[in-house]
Write a protein that binds this ligand. Sequence first.
Ligand code: NAD
Length: 436
Amino acid sequence: MTVMVPPTASATTISTGAVPAAGSAGRQALDTALFQLGQAAEHLGLDDGLHRMLATPRRSLTVSVPVRREDGRMDVVQGYRVQHNVSRGPAKGGIRFHPDTDLSEVTALAMWMTWKCALVGIPYGGAKGGVGVDPATLTTRELERVTRRYVNEILPLIGPDQDIPAPDVGTDEQTMAWIMDTYSVNAGYSVPGVVTGKPTILGGSLGRAGATARGVQIATMAALGDRDPAGVTVAVQGFGKVGAPAARYLADAGCRVVAVSDATGAIIDRAGLDVAAVRAHVAEAGGVAGYPRADALSHADLLGLDVGVLVPAALEGVLTAETAQKVRARLVVEGANGPTTPAADDVLADAGVTVVPDILANAGGVIVSYLEWVQNMQAYTWSAGEVEVKLRDLMEQAYAEVGALAAAEGLTLRRAAHAIGVSRVAEAHRLRGLYP
Ligand code: NAD
């Protein structure tokens, strides 16, 4: 039984905005998320009403963001904030600045956040935000104006007890600092707990910047089990806030990172890349392309490399039925959200490839975001070591639970992870009951 419902049919929807074109990347991401929920609902025997409720975001807000350009012109871009579910606590999820971002994509990402927070046992619901803008085309001052105006428009939804944003594609610590300032100026006092992923001087947590990547490393080591990492080769797609530190942490663990890519290109060195040198090149040149101590590679070829581990850490929908057929890695660890379509999942499962799913593999980010929020709410600071121990404990516990269910019931890790996440949210609804 699979109930497919419109993504914005919630009675509490504030505004839905334009309906994205069928077949847009965002619509495909939402179809993937709804399909995964459908599988979990069927596995758990959820009734149709609850399934429909979980398939529907609690609140979706679309806003227009007018921005004054440096030459005096005014542009208008679209922004979104979706709270998918808040049955287990305040909504939590990143803010993405990307030209292709639309309401469907943000809804899918918010839904994945709900299951992720439930899976790793942190008391949050799921949310996501986005602005349809390419930050690379804006000056720093324009970017600040877009950020502050977008935050002003979504102000009624966010707050430390309501909904706590964080960085995602195209946003960073500076973006979070502007968000914290805009919210705090409106409140009349400093509210560090309104965002996570802030600079540490404003209440950011030690260990947050590399947390998603650290979680990817922990998940990869758990999936490798007894295998000696020294013999394991790795390719990483996407060399941003997740992919670059993930490459470093996997190299630190003993793996040989042979290829990485970003929007500018892909590079390979079979002897192993010097990840620190590649990061230094990116800081100077703006991307991995042109790195002198490696050969160039096509984006498509990186996905099909004969490596032990493939880490997609860029955007959704990169592993499709077609591209998945070329994957030769035995292990795919999803640093990105939604990189694998359901059809690709089938191809990979048939080929015996293990996929550590996004809601497990990249949960390190939201775990340390939660730790940052707890520190902010207590006006207290933990050491990097304390944060690291808590992150590792939660990641390893979640991995063990997913692995045990997958083994017991013959499920893929993705299906097991969704079954656990969805069941916890469904149980929260059952216990709270339906108001009125
Ligand atoms: P980012 O903007 O810092 O980096 C994205 C990277 O992907 C950049 O290097 C970009 O050049 C690259 N990229 C874009 N298109 C590409 C393509 N076609 N081929 C190869 N590379 C391409 O974003 P991020 O924060 O690293 O997020 C990456 C993914 O991880 C997203 O799916 C995001 O939702 C997910 N994620 C991020 C966090 C976090 O804490 N930042 C947490 C969990 C999940």
